[in-house]
Design a protein around this ligand. Sequence first.
Ligand SMILES: Cc1ncc(COP(=O)(O)O)c(C=O)c1O
Length: 419
Amino acid sequence: MNKRDFVRTMGGGAAAMVFGPDINALFASYAHVPAGELAQDAQFWATMRTKFKLTPNYINLENGYYCFQPEEVLDQFIGHVRSINVEASHYMRTTRLEDKARVAGKLAEMLGCSPKEVIITRNTTESLDTVVSGYDWKPGDEAVMANQDYGAMIDQFRLVARRYGMVNKFVDVPLHPKSDEEVVQIYADAITPRTRLLMVCHIINITGHILPIAKISDMAHARGVDVMVDGAHAVAHFEYKIPDLRCDYYGSSLHKWLSAPLGSGMLYVKEDKIASLWPVFSEFRRADTDILKLNHTGTHPCHTDLGIENAIAFHQAIGGARKEARLRYIQQYWTSRVRGTPKIVLNTPVDPSRSCGVANVGIEGMTPADVAKTLLDKYKIFTVAINGNGVHGVRVSPQIYTSTAELDAFVKALKEMAA
Ligand SMILES: Cc1ncc(COP(=O)(O)O)c(C=O)c1O
C-alpha cells in the first residue's frame, strides 16, 4: 500500500494533520487490522499512550469527568489561544463566526446530522438546560426522567416545575435488565396523556449502562412525547449517528470522551423542533427556525471552539470504531477478572453491548467512599465514589491511554480489598 492509501484508510488528511511521520508509519502497518483485533494490540495502544502527558502520581481511572487533551491537540489549542490573542478584536469582528460555523459543521458531519441542527455549547448542562428552559410549559404538563439521570438536569426540571407548575415523574432504570423491552416498558409506564418530554441518558454516567434510545424514542413518539437525550458520555466514546437514535434533542460534553478543550459541548435540535423552543438568552434578529437563536452567550473563549476541530481530527485519525473497540476491550478486561469474586459487586450490565469503557464496582462491607479512598491512598488509583440511586460503588472510566498493566494493578487492589 502506498503512503496516500494508508493515510486515507486511517482517517484521511486528519491523520497527517494530527500525527507526525513516525506515527503515520505505525498506522500504515495497522491499516487493515480489524477494530476488534487492534483493540488487543499492546504495541499500538502503547504508542497512543505516548500521545498523552500523564501524571506519575496515580493511575487515572476517572476520565469520565474530563479527559484532558493529547499533547498534539493541546499544542494546537494553545496555538489558537496565542493567535486570537494577537488578532484580538480583529478576529472577533471578521472570521470568528465563520470558524465557529465550520467547526459546528464538522461536529454535525461526525454525528450524521444537518449543520442546521447543531450548535457548539460549553457543555451538556448548557445544552440540555437550554431545551428544558426553552419549553413553553403549562401547569400540569409532565416530564419523565430517571432517578439515575444527572443532577444538574433534574434540578433544571425542578426549577421549571416551581416556576410553571409542570410535574416531573421519575423511573428507576434496573442495573441488569433482561432485555431492551424491559427498559422501554419502564419509561412507557410513566407516560400519561399530560407527558410532553422524556429525558433519557444515552449512557448512564454512574454505571456505564448504555440504553436502547431508538426504541425508547419510537415508544415515546407513538404517544406524542418528545425525547431529549443526555449524551454527555457518548460522543467519541462509541459509534452512532444521532438521526439513528430518532430523538428530538441531544446534548453532549466534548471535554469528556472527545478530549476536546475544557468547556466544550454540543446541542442537537431536530430541525422541526427548533421553532418552538424559546432561547435562554434572546437573539431576536434570527428567524425562529434558526438554531443559532439558541447560541447567543455573549463574548466567550472562542479558541475553545477551534480546539474542537483538532480534537475531532485526532479522534478520526485513530478511528471511532477502533476507539470504541479498545474502550470496550479494556472494560471487559478488568470486569471479567473480578466478576464472580466473593464480595465484589459489578453494577454494570454483563452484556458487552450494554456498556463500553465505563463500569462501576462495589465491595460488600465497604462504603463507596472508603473504596475510592483506599484505592487512592494505598494503591495510587484514582476513581470516583458513587453512593445513591441504587448504585453503590466506584465509577471506573479508563481511556485509550490506559494500559492493561494499570488494569492488572486495579484488579489486584480490588481482590485484596475484597479479601
Ligand atoms: C450524564 C451526565 N449528564 C450531564 C453531565 C454534565 O456535564 P457538564 O458538566 O460537562 O455539563 C454529566 C457530567 O458528568 C453527566 O455525567
